[in-house]
Design a protein around this ligand. Structure first.
Ligand SMILES: Nc1ncnc2c1ncn2[C@@H]1O[C@H](COP(=O)(O)OP(=O)(O)O)[C@@H](O)[C@H]1O
Ligand SMILES: [Mg+2]
Length: 225
């Protein structure tokens, strides 16, 4: 059995006063693999990611995460907080109280990992959407996150930047032994992952081979959108 990086068992969650969002949801993401999470709007994908990141607490069930988690949101403008690229990537290191030369080295290494070292002095406002998402990923890498949770990171990107980003995450997962869980509606992105989950009404109803899930969703598009 492959080592598991994200293990979820019988997870249940309801928002206060709301109906049940996750109902006995279970899944395993193998370490070092890139998995995607599919499901209709409102099926609980974002809620599940927030639970995995520890931003919400479940009412029942278990979550085991073996590694530091980095989160990438749909809209990078909700995530990048500093005026320049290097300052933003360094911002996540503040709590580690590292000497300045170590901070600089970590920032450079993380920016090189997403092929954006040449932009380190660029103001954030002068970046494209795809570059901003790569900066958000660099921030997670600088903090030494081993598990990336990405919630529709390509939703605001044009098709070229979309495929650049998904290919970049695939390369990072393979070259650095990271584990990634990526939420999407865009079936063409399934070509880049190792496997996928289909969430329906708060439960994983299908999992496995990306190509098989893709064919299922091409035939029944209302399960994905
Ligand atoms: N902050 C919140 N407070 C209350 N209800 C929420 C909140 N966020 C999401 N929900 C509800 O939880 C359900 C699942 O939402 P969500 O996890 O965002 O689904 P998805 O990401 O799959 O579209 C929806 O019915 C949504 O209205
Ligand atoms: Mg969502």
């Amino acid at each position: 059995m492959a080592e598991v990086a994200i293990r979820v068992r019988d997870l249940c969650f309801s928002w206060p006063g709301g109906t049940s969002v996750l109902q006995s949801c279970s899944l395993d993401v193998p370490k070092g693999e890139f998995w995607m999470l599919l499901g209709t709007n409102g099926s609980g994908k974002s809620t599940l990611l927030q639970l995995l990141a520890g931003l919400l607490l479940p009412q029942a069930g278990e979550i085991e995460i073996s590694g530091l988690v980095g989160f990438v949101f749909q809209n990078p403008d909700h995530q990048l907080v500093m005026p320049t690229v290097a300052a933003d990537v360094a911002f996540g290191l503040v709590e580690e109280k590292l000497p300045l030369d170590r901070v600089r080295a970590r920032v450079r290494e993380a920016l090189a990992a997403v092929n954006l070292l040449e932009l380190q002095r660029r103001p954030i406002y002068a970046l494209s959407g795809g570059q901003k998402q790569r900066i958000a990923i660099a921030g997670a890498i600088a903090r030494k996150s081993e598990i990336l949770l990405l919630d529709e990171p390509t939703a605001l990107l044009d098709p070229d930047s979309q495929l650049d980003l998904v290919a970049q995450v695939q390369r990072l997962v393979k070259s650095r032994g990271l584990t990634a869980l990526w939420v999407t509606h865009r079936l063409e992105e399934l070509n880049y992952c190792d496997g996928a989950f289909l969430l329906e009404q708060g439960k994983v109803v299908d999992r496995g081979e990306p190509e098989r899930l893709k064919q299922r969703l091409i035939q029944q598009p209302n399960e994905a959108m």
